[in-house]
Design a protein around this ligand. Structure first.
Ligand SMILES: Cc1cc2nc3c(=O)[nH]c(=O)nc-3n(C[C@H](O)[C@H](O)[C@H](O)COP(=O)(O)OP(=O)(O)OC[C@H]3O[C@@H](n4cnc5c(N)ncnc54)[C@H](O)[C@@H]3O)c2cc1C
Length: 394
């Protein structure tokens, strides 16, 4: 890849590498990997603040709102170096979801108040789209917001709300009208999680972690000033956000790093005197995934290039989401195979001290949680419907 980079890009790559080497260390990494949600939150905020001080927290944002103004090549280099250094991506809800909605559709007051607090990670956001009866058919949502003077009064429930337990704010789709088409009666509200009437109920997922929640709203008063754009036009803003969300879910750079780890661990895994990497069947499976990933990387670069020149991600984001998550799951399956017996031990026995590495535990947790990636952000089946309509015109 080096030969394609201009000398200015190579200098930038060195700058990024040096920054990551200096600003991110093992101590921070271990706090970020802890199952203790409070320690995790503190550590991620600390890391995001370091990125913010460096001016690199929001590469995708326009420069006038605090973005970096990088072109597609620099954004690509930054992402690749971040993943290669084993550093997780930023929490997306503020920076990659509601931030772009606020700078695109928000009022000046909303921009001035919320954007700096998203950039500095002083506010933690969560996403209130899905409801117990509305997932794929999101427009059927029932959480109701009724006008009462300068407020809306919100009643209903959201579900699968990732990190609601940490959140200061939630962006919510609410029903403000039952007239006409269901998409036409939805509004987009920004709600302070400290408002009386909000209750967060935890849901523990198959990987034994608590990141998911149900959020109940009982007569929650939300100022009309916290509505994005026009009443009943929330579906338009919600869809723009989903395109950003789906592009981010592809996680190409992270899959590349994880595939390299698979290669590394497979080389070290010896059975019957031969390394797993020397097994032709394993090699073929590894190469198949590498080729798919390379193809996806070029598609992602095309989307990045169009976003860098002022475009917005469209139906390509559905394509990136489908292939990106399928490849993530293929990588997770390869990692499970390499971890072999080590992933089968009970979590309490599976300490890095006992086994000499944490790979087995990580492989299993990632595999378990990874089942969800083809569901969240809109299931892959539904993304295929989006492509059929938007690209094939069916
Ligand atoms: C780990 C995780 C984190 C999440 N985080 C959040 C969050 O932070 N905020 C939030 O709002 N939501 C979140 N979600 C919810 C997620 O967006 C929904 O789960 C998703 O949209 C699917 O909705 P559902 O679960 O209701 O499934 P359903 O809509 O009931 O779908 C069930 C099955 O039917 C299929 N199906 C449904 N309709 C069609 C169709 N028209 N054509 C073909 N197949 C179809 C689906 O593909 C799926 O396989 C999260 C989900 C998970 C698993």
């Amino acid at each position: 890849m080096d030969t394609a980079f201009a000398s200015e890009d190579l200098a930038f790559r060195d700058e990024v590498r040096t920054f990551f080497a200096q600003a991110y260390d093992e101590e921070l990494d271990s706090r970020l990997s802890t199952p203790d949600p409070k320690v995790y939150k503190q550590a991620i905020v600390e890391w995001q603040k370091r990125l913010h001080e460096q001016g690199w927290i929001a590469p995708g944002w326009p420069a006038e709102y605090g973005g970096t103004g990088w072109d597609a090549t620099k954004s690509y280099i930054f992402e690749t170096e971040r993943a290669a250094a084993g550093i997780r991506d930023v929490v997306p809800f503020g920076l990659k979801m509601v931030g772009p909605v606020i700078y695109t559709f928000g009022t000046d007051e909303q921009k001035q108040h919320f954007l700096p607090r998203i950039l500095s990670s002083d506010d933690w956001w969560c996403q209130g789209y899905s409801e117990p009866g509305s997932g794929s058919d999101l427009a059927s949502l029932k959480t109701k917001a009724e006008r009462d003077g300068d407020d809306y009064v919100v009643n209903g429930a959201k579900i699968w709300t990732t990190y609601a337990q940490h959140a200061d704010w939630i962006f919510c789709l609410v029903r403000t009208s039952s007239e006409g088409k269901k998409q036409e009666g939805i509004s987009f509200l920004l709600i302070d999680m400290k408002t009386p009437g909000i209750k967060v109920n935890p849901i523990v997922s198959i990987d034994n972690h608590h990141s998911l929640n149900e959020v109940e709203f009982n007569n929650v008063r939300v100022p009309v000033a916290n509505r994005i754009g026009e009443e009943n036009k929330g579906w338009t803003y919600a869809k723009a956000l989903l395109a950003h969300e789906r592009t981010a879910i592809a996680e190409v750079a992270d899959s590349k790093r994880k595939l390299e780890q698979v290669r590394e661990f497979a080389r070290a895994e010896v059975n019957g005197g031969k390394s797993l990497l020397a097994d032709p069947l394993f090699q073929k499976r590894l190469s198949d995934v590498e080729i798919e990933l390379m193809a996806l990387e070029f598609t992602e670069l095309r989307v990045l290039a169009s976003v860098a020149t002022g475009g917005a991600p469209g139906a390509e984001s559905s394509l990136l989401k489908i292939r990106g998550t399928e490849i993530q799951q293929a990588v997770q399956e390869l990692r499970m195979e390499v971890a072999a017996y080590y992933q089968g031990a009970m979590p309490s026995e599976l300490t890095a001290e006992a086994l000499g590495h944490a790979f087995g535990r990580e492989a299993r947790q990632a595999y378990m949680y990874g089942r969800a990636s083809t569901i969240y952000g809109g299931s892959n089946e539904v993304q295929k419907n989006v492509i059929a309509k938007a690209v094939l015109g069916l």
